[in-house]
Write a protein that binds this ligand. Structure first.
Ligand code: AMP
Ligand code: ZN
Length: 198
């Protein structure tokens, strides 16, 4: 079985299921890109967002309901989460990402990880739902747009800070988590340092 089938394999293990319904399950992401990162998958063999049409809207609503359930079960706050799909998924079986906005995690290791969750490469649930409702399918981004989005600067998801590299961004994200009030002042000086560095 190839690596891209790992999720299909994972949901067959009862011990991996945090929540399950008759049509979908929730598992923990094995390489979480934030402090809390879950995946919601249908049991039906739907390979990806490119296999969806209007008839799947009720299924999407069920995935969304399970996303809300897992956040509630874990005692977390829904407003602290990003919920959506990758525009260019790498793993087989449709999966809805549910991840906390802190993005503090050792598994966040490169610019691609950041930009795949913090540019148009991440399609919020509501956007995908209305696109499907309107157009009856989800189309692929062009290769040039994908490359452009992956190459975008590292812009903080919580303020205007532009990091010169990933370690700097990760340090900045930890500061948001530890002391949300101090971050505005830090941001101004950090951006000055970034723009004056070679
Ligand atoms: P995507 O890029 O949208 O296809 O996301 C695939 C997600 O699956 C990534 O966030 C990976 O960290 C996650 N992942 C990869 N292998 C596993 C696994 N065996 N169990 C749980 N999550 C996994
Ligand atoms: Zn910030």
């Amino acid at each position: 079985m190839s690596w891209s089938n790992a999720l299909v394999k994972e949901i067959l293990k009862p011990e991996s299921l945090i929540i399950s319904s008759e049509i979908a399950v929730v598992i923990a992401d094995k390489f979480p890109k934030a402090r809390h990162h879950y995946l919601v998958l249908p049991l039906a063999d739907i390979p990806s967002i490119f296999h969806l049409n209007r008839s799947h809207l009720p299924l999407l609503e069920e995935l969304h309901l399970l996303a809300r359930n897992v956040v509630e079960v874990k005692g977390l706050h829904w407003q602290d989460f990003n919920v959506g799909f990758h525009a260019e998924p790498s793993m087989q079986r449709l999966h809805l990402h549910v991840l906390s906005r802190d993005f503090v995690s050792p598994s966040l290791k490169n610019k691609k990880h950041w930009n795949s969750f913090n540019t148009e490469l991440f399609v919020p649930y509501t956007k995908l739902y209305s696109q499907l409702e309107k157009e009856n399918s989800i189309s692929r981004l062009s290769k040039s747009l994908k490359d452009e989005l992956l190459a975008k600067p590292l812009i903080c998801n919580q303020c205007e800070f532009v990091a010169k590299n990933l370690p700097t961004l990760k340090e900045h994200l930890v500061a948001h988590l530890q002391d949300p009030k101090s971050i505005r002042k830090r941001t101004t000086s950090e951006n000055k340092r970034t723009s004056s560095s070679p």
